[in-house]
Design a protein around this ligand. Structure first.
Ligand SMILES: [Mg+2]
Length: 225
């Protein structure tokens, strides 16, 4: 039976919602220390992320309140990574996972393994898939584009790569490593990479705008190539 594998961030849910959920957790932690309402702190961090990027957000909020220290920045990062996120799937993701509920489904995602595991649980996809492959568990060198965990999926399902479809959003790393091995690839055009032009090696076999386009007919046609 064909196997459907999904990326997580910006493929099944908007990653920015995780970032904002994390900022709210950090704001709750900082509020009593800084004597500022958590909502005010969270709003400031969210606004800043939009203009400056994520890297300096915790440094800046602490500096603004005259409380910067290496220890507090590290504590903010811990609160961010350890928080229990509140997340929701894109509606089309939910429909897609329901449509293919009888198929073997998997996740392959890079990033901090405990963070990614908490996201999969919060989105209630951990329970739907046969396994969520968190590449980080196998070492940093197993992150995409390394095809290692895709090989594990083939072994586990006893299928050839040509029977496995990977759906992801990032043409920089999602497809280039597995395409030469015969895996089928689908790029969903959303998130930060939606407008990135990719060369032939990095581009997926198909491009879609929503997971509603991923029908049984679509999948059958792609596997039949
Ligand atoms: Mg992604």
């Amino acid at each position: 039976m064909p196997v459907l594998v999904f990326d997580l961030d910006d493929t099944l849910y908007p990653e920015l919602s995780y970032v904002h959920s994390g900022f709210r957790a950090v704001a709750e932690f900082l509020s009593p220390l800084l004597g500022v309402p958590a909502e005010t702190l969270a709003a400031g961090m969210i606004a800043e992320e939009g203009t400056q990027g994520r890297g300096q957000v915790f440094d800046n909020v602490l500096r603004q309140h005259g409380r910067w220290s290496k220890t507090l920045v590290a504590a903010c990062l811990r609160a961010y990574r350890l928080h229990r996120p509140e997340l929701a799937l894109y509606p089309d993701s939910e429909r897609c996972l329901a449509r293919f509920a009888a198929w073997p489904l998997y996740l392959v995602t890079d990033g901090h393994k405990e963070v990614q595991a908490r996201k999969a649980v919060a989105l209630q996809v951990a329970a739907i898939v046969r396994h969520a492959y968190l590449t980080n568990r196998y070492g940093r060198h197993r992150a995409k584009p390394d095809p290692y965990v895709f090989g594990l999926i083939c072994q586990r399902e006893r299928v050839e790569p040509g029977q496995v479809i990977y759906v992801g959003d990032n043409p920089r790393k999602d497809f280039v490593g597995i395409k030469p091995l015969g895996f089928r690839t689908v790029r969903i055009l959303r998130g930060n990479y939606a407008h990135l032009e990719a060369d032939a090696a990095h581009e997926a076999d198909r491009r879609i705008h929503t997971l509603d386009e991923l029908t049984v007919e679509f999948v059958t046609e792609l596997l039949g190539q």
